[in-house]
Design a protein around this ligand. Structure first.
Ligand SMILES: Cc1cc2nc3c(=O)[nH]c(=O)nc-3n(C[C@H](O)[C@H](O)[C@H](O)COP(=O)(O)OP(=O)(O)OC[C@H]3O[C@@H](n4cnc5c(N)ncnc54)[C@H](O)[C@@H]3O)c2cc1C
Length: 506
């Protein structure tokens, strides 16, 4: 059922609500026709097979409401995903205590200022070394972390942890040098230490690299750089960690088991990084042989890219998730950008829907069928497994409709979609959304306003959804919009654990 959002809100002057009922129709035409399935015999029937919308993607059969309303019938995946990220956080803090345990036995021997400074140097050094390993692990794209915590939250932890680790590294250097200055004088404590102590010159270069990475990550500088320049410069962190490693094992807190455990930590993290970020994407690309099947212009600045491949169900991608896409064509092969699946994945096809924001996204408009693709993923925790309730509200801002379109199609329960856009043209995929709404008896409300966030107030939402506190709410869009939605939902009484956000900027 498609209704006017306008009718749900008073006063209407809060925003300019636009009726779309009589403007519906198919999206703009294909730039490239979608090729027929090259191996129809091999196509596995997916759970979404059913009457089609007339496009490449079928509309799902009516969800089994009896089952979805039964709170006792949760899947194992749903139960798993309910484990809070707090468990991982607690484990990380516990690791920090274990990593520094040697320091506490040394504490009894602190008898002078120099001893105190040296002790502080050891403590901050161990914490910085542990922090560096954890920072890399957080970005190793480990599926368990990604599913339980979510990529955007992991990125935030990484950014926060990065600042902490940098501060600890600087503190470590200051304390260690000060201890040496108090004991042996200024020359010995500074240049002498850096030039002649084993591994310290490398550690100093390592710190300089870390500071450089910290500097380019400061918002004022990062906003002036292209994402790719920032991303590749970030790789200096790996060099820094490598250079800093040797001197970590020369510290007095290390011996026997401790040194081996430290090596195991670093080797384990390196193995995870190499496997998940490098080996697995290569293996999967060879196995699935992804390539562009066609593209479809959804609006002047939004395009859908259809990607075909072999045995895609083995990727176990879920609606709401995203991949990092590398298109192996001139000018694009060196960048891997994140785009969400905008339709339920099938064994033969994936689809993304992308708004032109800059160089990479704009280049998608001129992709030609047959272009080879590498996809890293699936990532992201914005999936049906997150929901606790059988009443679902999806709030999409602009091209944030992408993952929510896939969820709207597949999410079990009583689903309502609220789709906010700046202009009528920006309301892409409307034909599909209406077809899905009709097929499953769901509701879709459209709003159009130059300020995407206008309808997102606690009062408006409570009025439109009087029992909103019982809903699970999935929100996706630009950061300003998701933040406003979060505040409005909290004011409307939705518990935090029932709000699931995905920002399109990390
Ligand atoms: C999890 C996730 C899912 C997304 N899904 C979609 C989607 O379905 N449809 C869609 O239109 N957009 C999506 N985006 C946003 C999309 O990734 C960016 O708009 C796009 O990468 C911009 O790249 P550009 O070269 O065109 O523009 P640029 O001008 O280079 O970048 C614009 C901004 O996009 C962000 N960005 C650029 N490259 C990356 C990258 N590799 N990783 C993370 N952020 C980057 C940066 O914040 C940058 O400042 C998603 C983003 C994230 C994080």
């Amino acid at each position: 059922m498609t209704t006017h959002w306008e009718s749900l809100l008073r006063p209407p002057s809060e925003a300019h609500w636009v009726s779309l009922l009589d403007e519906q129709g198919p999206a703009t035409g294909n730039l490239h026709p979608i090729p027929p399935d090259p191996k129809p015999g091999r196509r596995r029937r997916s759970s979404v097979d059913g009457p089609t919308t007339g496009a490449l993607y079928p509309v799902p059969p009516e969800p089994d409401r009896g089952r979805s309303r039964n709170r006792g019938a949760r899947t194992a995946a749903q139960e798993r995903s309910r484990r809070p990220g707090g468990f991982v956080g607690a484990l990380l803090w516990a690791g920090a205590v274990v990593a520094t345990v040697g320091c506490w036995t040394d504490l009894a021997e602190v008898a002078s200022t120099a001893d105190g400074l040296a002790w502080l140097g050891r403590l901050t050094g161990l914490l910085a070394g542990y922090g560096a390993a954890i920072l890399v692990a957080l970005m190793a794209r480990i599926p368990y972390l990604d599913r339980t915590i979510g990529s955007d939250r992991l990125s935030r932890w990484h950014a926060l942890g990065g600042r902490g680790t940098l501060a600890l590294s600087v503190a470590h250097m200051v304390f260690a040098m000060s201890a040496r200055v108090v004991r042996s004088g200024v020359w010995e404590g500074t240049f002498g230490l850096v030039l002649y102590a084993p591994g310290i010159l490398e550690a100093t270069v390592s710190l300089a690299f870390l500071l450089a990475v910290g500097l380019i990550s400061a918002p004022a500088i990062r906003s002036r750089m292209s994402y790719e320049a920032w991303h590749y410069a970030h790789f200096l962190t790996y060099v820094a960690i490598y250079l800093g490693f040797a001197h970590q094992l020369t510290g007095p807190s290390f011996g026997g088991v401790g040194a081996w455990a430290w090596r195991a930590l670093y080797l384990g993290v390196a193995a995870l990084l190499l496997w998940y970020r490098f080996a697995l994407p290569v293996i999967r690309s060879r196995r699935h042989r992804l390539c562009v099947a066609g593209i479809r212009r959804e609006s002047p600045d939004v395009v859908s890219v259809y990607i075909s491949g072999d045995d895609l169900d083995r990727l176990a991608a879920e609606p709401g998730q995203f991949f990092r896409w590398r298109f192996l064509t001139k000018g694009m092969w060196w960048a891997a950008n994140p785009y969400s699946l905008s339709a339920v994945p099938s064994g033969r096809h994936l689809r993304i829907t992308v708004k032109a924001a800059g160089t990479h996204s704009r280049a998608l408009f001129s992709l030609t069928p047959g272009t080879r693709v590498w996809a890293e993923g699936p990532y992201g925790a914005l999936t049906a497994a997150r929901s606790r309730s059988d009443r679902i509200l999806l709030i999409a801002g602009g091209v944030g409709i992408s993952p929510l379109r896939a969820l709207f199609e597949s999410m079990p329960g009583d689903v309502t979609l609220l789709y906010l856009a700046r202009t009528v043209e920006d309301l892409v995929l409307r034909g599909e959304l209406d077809a899905i709404a009709a097929a499953r008896g769901a509701r879709v409300h459209y709003t159009v306003n130059e300020d995407l966030t206008v309808p997102l107030t606690g009062r408006s939402l409570s009025r439109a959804f009087p029992d909103l506190a019982d809903y699970d709410v999935f929100v996706c869009g630009p950061r300003g919009m998701t933040q406003k939605a979060l505040n409005a939902l909290r004011r409307a009484g939705v518990p935090k654990q029932q709000i699931h956000l995905e920002n399109f900027d990390f």
